[in-house]
Ligand binder design. Sequence first.
Ligand SMILES: [Zn+2]
Length: 121
Amino acid sequence: MKVCIAQKDSRVSTRALFGNYKNRMGFPLLTHNPVRYFGETLKCSVCNSEITYEQTNQLWITLRIATDTLPLLANLCSKECEGRLPQPEIGYVQFPHKGGADLKQPTNKEWDELMRQQYKK
Ligand SMILES: [Zn+2]
């Protein structure tokens, strides 16, 4: 699966990442505001088919990539591909989402509880 890392600047500390557990920085709302890259088309993050900005369904998903937990922007051509996204990392929003101020992220209390459960395993 190919996903675009939302925060490309590696000098930025992980505290500045959207949804980071230390500050739960809000995710930019994607509903009427797709994130654009260079060019007029893009590729579905799951099946790699070419789609336009009108067709793409963009969703944020937080995944563990190597040693980092990163907020990623997925471009999706269909509901089928949305269903094939991996399960988000524990302690973060547990479904792919559109971001925005209304998004409910795990609270500090929930985070602590989840981490306690993790370490018990
Ligand atoms: Zn697709």
